[in-house]
Design a protein. Structure first.
Length: 332
């Protein structure tokens, strides 16, 4: 899809019917013939126009025959199979020369939508101002999505305090993967932002210099925020893993105790099926059942020893609590 826009910075850009000098050309998932037509109108090579159409394209800059291309990763929200939201990134190219500005992306971009609706003022005739404004808004968009991820993480943690299900754990894992994508993209974008200072006019014009400083500040803030959230979520996942492991150990311990207790009457009842004289059997004297009582005594002793070993940890926990109380009193 191809759209042409014109703006002088004072209002929302007006959509034009055809290509004119000083316009902004917005390409969203263009076909081969559309790229060929735009290349003929703008003088930008088809290789540049198609560079951002590769989802795995890395953030970079390229200058060739008066054409300047800046590819950066942009945040994107997609709906997954479970009805939730997945946060990912997609490359977008901003290309300009003396004739026009061209943006190329596989999908619609929220920052460009703000440009079209007039929420962000742009001047299609000022190429550097357009580029810096887009970089600044893109960094702010990363921060906005990072705050959304943090809010979702807190909500999921609150739900997991009530009941721990696989659904919440999978959601946390998806958010952790999203933060990894964001961190990688932000670090790649930072290298592109550093090269913006070499663009003509950025170092000399105060207006451009202020915009450049804002881009660097917002970009670094997004990187630091992403790293903080990623570390917090990683520690949280490890903590929940330990809790699940402890719960499983407690459950297995209880099941083991129950199994042993149930095994005792089973063993005793099994004696009646063997060729062993047992009490209260017809024609058997009490003095002839000595082996039976010996086996019962050994069984009870063995069960008591196992039970003591299984419950061994309880006194240690009490001692630990007492020590903690004494330590607190000393600290006070």
């Amino acid at each position: 899809m191809i759209k042409f826009f014109l703006s002088d910075g004072g209002r929302a850009p007006a959509e034009a019917e055809k290509f004119t000098s000083g316009c902004w050309v917005d390409l969203v998932n263009p076909a081969d013939d559309e790229c060929e037509n735009i290349s003929a109108l703008t003088g930008i090579s088809e290789d540049m126009l198609k560079a951002a159409l590769d989802e795995e394209e890395r953030a970079r800059t390229e200058f060739d025959d008066g054409n300047a291309m800046f590819i950066v990763d942009c945040p994107l929200i997609e709906e997954n199979d479970g009805g939730g939201d997945d946060y990912t990134t997609i490359p977008l190219a901003v290309i300009y020369n003396e004739k026009c500005i061209v943006t190329v992306c596989l999908k619609g971009n929220t920052v460009l939508k703000d440009f079209i609706t007039g929420r962000e003022r742009i001047d299609t005739r000022s190429r550097v101002h357009f580029l810096l404004t887009f970089m600044l808004c893109n960094a702010k968009r990363f921060l906005y999505y990072l705050k959304q991820i943090d809010r979702k993480t807190r909500r999921i943690q609150t739900e997991m305090e009530k009941t721990m299900r696989n659904t919440e754990i999978i959601q946390l894992l998806d958010l952790q993967n999203s933060l990894v994508y964001f961190s990688t993209s932000l670090n790649s974008n930072e290298r592109v932002h550093e090269k913006l200072f070499k663009v003509e006019g950025v170092a000399t014009r105060e207006e451009y210099r202020d915009l450049y400083d804002d881009v660097i500040i917002e970009s670094r803030q997004a990187i630091e925020t992403c790293n903080i959230y990623k570390n917090i979520l990683s520690v949280t996942m490890d903590a929940y893993g330990s809790v699940i492991s402890n719960n499983a150990n407690d459950t297995m311990k209880k099941l083991t105790i129950i199994t042993i207790l149930l095994a005792v009457p089973t063993m005793i009842a099994g004696f009646w099926g063997m060729n062993m004289p047992v009490p209260w059997q017809d024609g058997v004297a009490f003095k002839d059942t000595g082996w039976f009582w010996l086996v019962i005594a050994l069984t009870v002793t063995f069960t008591a020893i196992i039970g003591a070993l299984l419950l061994k940890g309880r006194p240690l926990k009490k001692r630990t609590r007492r020590k903690r109380k004494k330590d607190r009193r000393k600290d006070e």
